[in-house]
Design a protein around this ligand. Structure first.
Ligand code: 3HC
Length: 285
């Protein structure tokens, strides 16, 4: 497959909406599926708001925004993905949900050459691949939040991924989506989250132990190390529920205490303090 024109995106939360937006801006026909009609409508609103923001920041003309929107379709019908040449799954970070989705995608997507990709950050790609009858066509494509801003994509072949799938997926992510790649082995956390998550969890433990306030921890890393945002503000951006799920996968894989979600993170998730998306996390929005 030299050129992909029809992309499917499963899930339209923070990551799925960003992937869909980038692809539509770069001229692809993008079909986004969500679990319910309400979630599909919310997904459309999220992508539209981000495109409007790009217009306000003079990154996009109104005409380009309208063209991008005309290339995007949102639906609650997974079967609508039948004619897609590549599907990127960006649903919640739960192993059973993802393996179930891949079993369904395998039955739905009719093109025998289609690539089924997952945006998982921590669940083994090989587990997802073996939930299908075409494990050689499954691969990890891990994007970074906000997807329209961060240039990186991690490319993760499963043990089963064919060389053709790797070449096509890499070309798609770089030439068609304009991302810059790092190839990583199929180990939980790949490269970036394996380094980032222990750092974020250490910041939570500093709050928990009373070492410093969230404001001071963030200020320290922003002003002392030139990070664009400190670790607690970044956790709020990622979503504390997502961060907890990633930490649990990493801990399950390595059994290293530095990956274990601290009690404060679990309590905040239980209390619905999920970060930016709920209006309250380590900071208030
Ligand atoms: N969508 C599109 N563009 C956005 C955006 C969004 N959600 N948020 C910000 N931008 C753009 C703005 O338009 C602006 O562009 P301009 O300067 O050319 O006009 C630029 O980004 C800077 O935005 P702001 O001035 O509004 O705000 P900041 O300077 O504070 O930047 C940020 C915001 C881009 C989020 C920056 O703070 C940042 O890069 N933070 C770190 C994010 C990060 O580390 N992400 C990785 C998370 S880990 C991950 O995703 C993996 C997963 O598995 C957990």
């Amino acid at each position: 497959m030299d050129h992909i024109s029809r992309l499917g995106v499963v899930g339209c939360g923070l990551m799925g909406s960003g992937i869909a937006e980038v692809a539509a801006r770069r001229g692809l026909d993008v079909l986004v599926t969500e679990a319910t009609d309400e979630a599909a409508t919310a997904g459309r609103a999220r992508v539209t708001a981000s495109l409007d923001r790009a217009v306000r920041h003079a990154k996009l003309t109104e005409q380009e925004r309208d063209h991008a929107l005309s290339r995007l379709t949102f639906t609650a019908d997974l079967d609508a993905l039948a004619d897609r040449q590549i599907v990127i799954e960006a649903a919640a970070e739960h192993r059973d949900l993802k393996t179930d989705l891949f079993t369904r995608l395998d039955k739905t997507v009719t093109d025998p050459h289609a690539i089924l990709a997952t945006n998982t950050s921590s669940i083994p790609i090989t587990d997802v691949a073996t939930a299908t009858t075409r494990p050689e066509q499954v691969i990890g494509l891990h994007f970074f939040n906000p997807v329209p801003v961060q240039p990186l994509v991690e490319i993760i072949p499963a043990l089963t991924t064919s060389a053709d799938t790797l070449t096509t997926a890499r070309r798609f992510a770089t030439e068609q989506l304009g991302k810059q790649p790092v190839q990583a082995p199929d180990r939980s956390g790949f490269v970036v989250n394996a380094l980032l998550v222990p750092y974020l969890l250490a910041a939570v433990r500093m709050v928990e132990s009373g070492t410093a306030t969230p404001e001071d921890i963030d200020r320290g890393m922003e002003l002392g190390c030139a990070h664009p945002m400190g670790p607690l503000r970044l956790l709020d951006l990622i979503g504390l529920d997502t961060a907890q799920a990633i930490a649990e996968s990493l801990y399950a894989e390595y059994k290293e205490p530095l990956y274990a979600p601290p009690p404060l993170l679990r309590r905040m998730v239980a209390a619905g303090r999920l970060g930016r998306k709920s209006g309250q996390g380590f900071h208030t929005y």
